[in-house]
Structure formats: structure tokens, C-alpha cells
Write a protein that binds this ligand. Structure first.
Ligand code: DX5
Ligand code: ZN
Length: 239
């Protein structure tokens, strides 16, 4: 792989983080579902915020983020799929986000100013590229970005099929020397997490695969085993 000479060893020894997506949980039991994810070993809670404009779907917003902040010690990984993301940065930070991710496509014309608004919140800052977007526009800003979220679907709905196009985008980011977190979101299973790990990703969002499993702990174990296997040099040699 093109990036292997640069960051290969460092990236392949990054701890793997799994962030269950609450979008797939039973919302009548939100607190209990979060506790279930924590008992299964989640590192972060992934919180999908949608506005019905940037994506066609609506999900959850500020009041829910404020409420769930009170019942967990895990970081809230807030994925904003909204228009005009700069206007909402501080409000989501105040609501309790620890990691705040906005979409490049939602603010391409004023990306630099929007990034500055997110940096000013003090949260860890993520920038996401949707299923049809290449990462080149982010390249000049990578030293200011804590995490790149490479979508492996078109954002908006859970339960979609993984798009392998994301793999080349992850490799590109590492080939440019990006040392931060690379998160993948959409269609993550024990079959798709391995190729993403080999490509250089280290943080994984999984909704359907975890919340709809018979045993979330077992499903989590399968994800970790597949990612750990993909981090082994022998498994990468033939990639
Ligand atoms: C969709 C969301 C995802 C979604 C993933 O736009 O960003 O976080 O919940 O769901 P699965 O894991 O079911 O593809
Ligand atoms: Zn998401």
C-alpha cells in the first residue's frame, strides 16, 4: 500500500475504538440502551444528529444530547449531519459533545471559517466526507483536524450497505501523513471492519450490527477480533 512506508507501524498499533450508533437503539429505552453499549465495551457513544435538510432524515437534537450527557461517563461522539454547521458548533459543545464532527459538504464555501468555529469550542474536532466525496479538499487542513470521518454510505439512514470506495480515501489520508483518528461509519460488520483497518482506520461506528445483534457483547467481540487480525503484519502483507 502506498502509505505503508510513512505511518504504517504507528497506525497499525493504534488502539481500536468502537462507537455504537444510538440511531439503531430502542429509543423507548435510551438510557438502558446506552448502559447496554457500555457493558458490551463501547469506547464512545455515537450520536447522529440530522436536520431533514443536509440529509432527508430527522433524528435527534440538542435536548437529547443534553439529557444523555447526564447518564454516561463515556465520550459523546456527535455526528452533525446538518446545514450551516458553524451556527451550531457552540450549542452542541455546551450540550455535552466531547467529539464534534461536521460535514465538509455542508460548508464547502466557508470551510476554513467553520473549522475555526469548531476549534474554538475546545471539543475534539472531526470533519466528515460523505459517501461520494474525495478527501482532497481536507488536505491543507489536516494538521488542524483531530479526526476524519470517512462515510462508507451516503449519510442519512442506518442499515445501509458498506461502500468499498471509502477504502481508497482512508489510504489517501494516511499517505498524506495524517496521524489523527480516521473513523468509518456505515455498514460496519465483522466482514467490513477488517478492510477498513488495513486501509488505516482506527475508529468504527456500528449501529445495526451491534444494537440488533442477539448479544451486543458477542458482536463487539467479533468486531474487535476482526480489527485486531487486520492489524497483524502478516495479514497486511498480502493486502
Ligand atoms: C447514518 C449514520 C450512521 C448510522 C450507521 O447516516 O451516520 O451512524 O447509524 O448505521 P449502520 O451501522 O446500521 O450502518
Ligand atoms: Zn453517524
Amino acid at each position: 500500500m502506498v502509505w505503508q512506508n510513512t505511518l504504517y507501524n504507528a497506525v497499525m498499533s493504534l488502539p481500536i475504538r468502537i462507537a455504537p450508533s444510538l440511531l439503531a437503539c430502542d429509543f423507548t429505552r435510551l438510557g438502558a440502551e446506552m448502559a447496554r453499549a457500555e457493558a458490551a465495551g463501547a469506547e464512545w457513544h455515537h450520536v447522529d444528529v440530522m436536520d431533514g435538510h443536509f440529509v432527508p432524515n430527522l433524528s435527534i437534537g440538542l435536548p437529547v444530547v443534553e439529557s444523555i450527557k447526564k447518564v454516561t461517563k463515556l465520550p459523546l461522539d456527535v455526528h452533525l449531519m446538518i446545514e450551516q454547521p458553524g451556527e451550531w458548533a457552540q450549542r452542541y459543545a455546551d450540550a455535552g459533545a466531547d467529539i464534534l464532527t461536521f460535514h465538509y459538504e455542508a460548508c464547502a464555501a466557508n470551510f476554513e471559517a467553520t473549522l475555526a468555529q469548531y476549534k474554538a469550542t475546545g471539543c475534539r474536532v472531526g470533519v466528515s466526507i460523505n459517501g461520494g466525496t474525495e478527501p482532497e479538499p481536507l488536505r491543507p487542513y489536516l494538521d488542524q483536524i483531530d479526526m476524519v470521518l470517512v462515510m462508507s454510505i451516503y449519510a442519512g439512514f442506518g442499515g445501509q450497505k458498506f461502500m468499498p470506495e471509502c477504502l481508497g480515501r482512508i489510504e489517501k489520508l494516511r499517505s498524506w501523513g495524517f496521524k489523527g483518528d480516521i473513523q468509518v461509519d456505515g455498514g460496519i460488520t465483522d466482514e467490513t471492519i477488517g478492510p477498513c483497518t488495513k486501509a488505516g482506520a482506527n475508529v468504527f461506528v456500528a449501529g445495526t450490527y451491534l444494537f440488533k445483534a442477539d448479544s451486543m457483547a458477542s458482536a463487539m467481540g467479533r468486531l474487535r477480533a476482526a480489527a485486531a487480525a487486520a492489524q497483524q503484519p502478516d495479514n497486511n502483507a498480502t493486502a
